[in-house]
Design a protein around this ligand. Structure first.
Ligand SMILES: [Zn+2]
Length: 111
């Protein structure tokens, strides 16, 4: 259940940003290739934000599609999983260029 720790990290980051003001909304990017389950984050967020500056804030999760670049032929492609071979030449060892990230993109704070 590492989503709980991740969610607490998100909340702490927002609290640091809000310094006592109310947080209205948070946008979080979660890569499709990562192991983070967005529904679990959403669930933990509601539970963990109670009684904090983030209570009632809208959490928007944006999924970032996986992308990779082939080490052998240089092709760029959409990746469905971390260990997909290159769609163009079939080689393994495609370098993941997007889809593993997990970051807070935007925090909206009340004035
Ligand atoms: Zn290739």
């Amino acid at each position: 259940m590492h989503e709980l720790a991740i969610t607490q990290g998100i909340i702490e980051l927002c609290q640091g940003h809000a310094v006592g003001r109310r947080v209205l909304s948070v946008d979080v990017e979660i890569g499709e290739l990562g192991s983070v389950v967005p529904d679990a984050i959403q669930f933990c967020f509601e539970a963990c934000s109670r009684g904090t500056e983030l209570e009632g804030a809208v959490l928007t999760i944006v999924r970032v599609p996986g992308r990779g670049s082939c080490n052998t032929c240089g092709a760029e492609m959409r990746l469905e999983s971390l260990y997909d071979p290159c769609v163009s030449c079939g080689a393994y060892g495609v370098i993941v260029t997007a889809g593993e990230e997990m970051r807070v993109r935007e925090i909206e704070v009340a004035d």
